[in-house]
Design a protein around this ligand. Structure first.
Ligand SMILES: C[S@@+](CC[C@H](N)C(=O)[O-])C[C@H]1O[C@@H](n2cnc3c(N)ncnc32)[C@H](O)[C@@H]1O
Length: 351
């Protein structure tokens, strides 16, 4: 018995890595991480800014118009987790043509400099940061986060027979597999979330993006922050749709549920739990103004008229590709209903 315990402890230390730490390293290790070594992941997945140039321009115009409405002084516009910086470039184009925002700045928050590099070389006025704490807290911030929160690796728990287990990745030479170890001690906020999950599912997997929670905590220091975010995910009552969890690996546009089979480099992502995201935003002082499907958000805010106006100036080829992009980001069946939009505001002025 003693031997078994001792062996298990040694095994734990040397061969097991908690799932979120494993994914963090897989995606962001400076020497081999998926996002760190390859600048352009077009071959694996496509995001709305890659599909539709009009999408980036439209969401950027929306944010700039909010800053105008607020008569914001020296606002900072941020492309949060901006990747290749398509939204940052759109934001820059708009403020460069605006007399009102001569003193505004555009930041690109991106962990991987390599991904951001080309945008930064071509647009030296965009300020690169890799940590949200680098943004001055006393200036009004207008941030756009497209598919940012799905890139935060989750801790993965299993509830079974009223016990809680946590997923670890076991590496033996080149072979990797998942082990679930029973856990007894957990931070209070994680216990609370698991308790809540248990009210929806008796057994199953619960993913908790603790690193997203920590990121949200960093937003507490800002006096004024407007956040527009788009992502795919679910709310707590829907958790039963995912008894095996939502983690998935992408390579060459193929989704692999058993993502451990992926050869590096490849993307690993999870669905966002919007109930938690909204709660964490509220706890950081935000008011949730809008929470709707991406398609509805775009249409309600005038994307169709924006498209029609721009279309008049397009040649036929551009029109065809932008029409296809428009459909993908708006219509149900692709991104329109699978993705959700949150617009959340934190402001000293309660208007
Ligand atoms: C799925 S990509 C989306 C990129 C871009 N927003 C788009 O829509 O094409 C997520 C990006 O967030 C970045 N990222 C993830 N966690 C981050 C963090 N804590 N700080 C800054 N960037 C981060 C990743 O490096 C990656 O480029």
């Amino acid at each position: 018995m003693y031997m078994a315990k001792k062996c298990k402890r040694r095994f734990l230390k040397e061969d097991l890595q908690r799932m979120d730490k494993f994914i963090e390293e897989f995606l962001y290790s400076p020497s081999s991480g998926y996002y760190m070594v390859d600048a352009n992941q077009k071959n694996d997945y496509l995001t709305a800014p890659q599909i539709s140039g009009l999408f980036s321009d439209f969401v950027s115009e929306f944010m700039v118009s909010k800053a105008e409405e607020d008569q914001a002084e020296k606002p900072i516009f941020v492309d949060l987790g901006g990747g290749t910086g398509k939204i940052a470039i759109s934001l820059l184009k708009i403020i460069e043509n605006s007399e009102r925002f001569k003193f505004a700045e555009v930041y690109l928050l991106e962990k991987s400099f390599k991904r951001a590099e080309e945008a930064l070389n071509e647009n030296p006025s965009i300020k690169y940061i890799d940590n949200i704490s680098e943004i001055p807290e006393d200036r009004p911030v207008y941030g756009i986060a497209n598919e940012f929160f799905d890139a935060f690796p989750p801790r993965v728990f299993k509830i079974k027979d009223r016990k809680i287990y946590e997923a670890y990745v076991k590496k033996v030479n080149a072979l990797i597999s998942i082990e679930y170890l029973e856990v007894r001690r957990l931070p209070q906020f994680i216990k609370g979330i698991l308790f809540e999950a248990h009210s929806y599912i008796k057994e199953g997997i619960v993913e908790i993006q603790e690193s997203a929670f920590k990121f949200m905590n960093l937003l507490k220091k800002f006096e004024s922050f407007h956040m527009l975010l788009f992502d795919y995910g679910y709310e707590f009552p829907e958790i039963k749709r995912f008894p095996e969890g939502t983690l998935v690996g992408y390579r060459n546009h193929h989704a692999l549920n058993n993502f451990l089979e992926l050869k590096k480099p490849a993307d690993i992502t999870c669905h966002v739990n919007f109930s938690l995201l909204k709660r964490w935003l509220s706890e950081s002082g935000f008011r949730i103004v809008t929470f709707v499907n991406q398609g509805s958000w775009l249409i309600d805010n005038g994307f169709l008229g924006f498209f029609e106006k721009r279309a008049r100036l397009m040649d036929q080829l551009t029109f065809l590709s932008e029409s296809a992009g428009f459909k993908k980001v708006v219509l149900p069946g692709y991104m329109g209903d699978a993705f959700k939009a949150i617009y959340a505001v934190k402001s000293p002025d309660p208007k």
